[in-house]
Design a binder for this molecule. Sequence first.
Ligand SMILES: NC(=O)c1ccc[n+]([C@@H]2O[C@H](COP(=O)([O-])OP(=O)(O)OC[C@H]3O[C@@H](n4cnc5c(N)ncnc54)[C@H](OP(=O)(O)O)[C@@H]3O)[C@@H](O)[C@H]2O)c1
Length: 251
Amino acid sequence: MDMERWRGRVALVTGASSGIGAAVAAGLYRAGLKVAVCARRLEKLEDVRRSLDATEEQMLCMQVDLRSEESILSMFEHIRKVWGGVDVLVNNAGLGHNASLIDGDVGLWREMLDVNVLALCICTQQAVQDMLRRGQEGHVIHLSSMSGHRVPKASGVYSASKYAVRSLTEGLRKELREREANIRISSISPGFVQTEFAEKYHQSKEAAEEIYGQYQTLRAEDLAETVCFVLSAPAHMQVHDILMRPTSQES
Ligand SMILES: NC(=O)c1ccc[n+]([C@@H]2O[C@H](COP(=O)([O-])OP(=O)(O)OC[C@H]3O[C@@H](n4cnc5c(N)ncnc54)[C@H](OP(=O)(O)O)[C@@H]3O)[C@@H](O)[C@H]2O)c1
């Protein structure tokens, strides 16, 4: 994978305090990008930075609650002040709740839609404005899900949020083409990846162990490599969506 043209450029990875985001941030840092990371758990972001021996000048850790538009806007202002703006945005932050359509809690639905959809839109808008202003090659990558391609049992709202990401990928592609912008948009749709996701979804460590114990699931590092693959594709080639499952996953 040729990541040379991205060396020294600025990436923002949302939700990098655990799981896929932490692995993607590490992958981009190792590829020579300056990496801004955000999440609510600042200490976890700093653990990621320390584990890479990165300095604060190489990895910018920001405590942000993506449910707040104001927090998102101040994060982008801060990145502009420090590094001039964002060239690569990885919209990774996201969550699921086991909150059914018939008797699920509306607050849990709202959190999924706020983070998985609305925050992704606001971050995309901010980053694309930076990319247009900077005039260099830019790339937006959405972390979607296989749940954006078929609806698993009892996950109507989570799936809806990922179907929305699928629509937002194509919507942005059309807008970028209309402007002839030097910016690509890609989506990555994994099946089960072993992270904190399942424990939070089911509010149960045991349920998560059962899901991740059935067979070899995807590793967060597999996703980090996929992000680098998408970025390293030649400029004339836009990867639109990558659907990937653990080999043994049936659904
Ligand atoms: N794991 C899977 O099987 C799987 C499969 C398909 C798709 N995905 C997608 O992959 C992405 C990453 O998930 P993961 O598996 O790596 O799960 P994870 O380990 O739970 O990571 C989720 C990340 O999102 C951040 N986040 C959640 N709510 C936030 C908020 N309000 N403000 C800021 N950050 C927030 C979390 O940080 P804080 O809690 O510190 O704020 C954390 O860093 C998600 O979009 C998910 O839908 C996961």
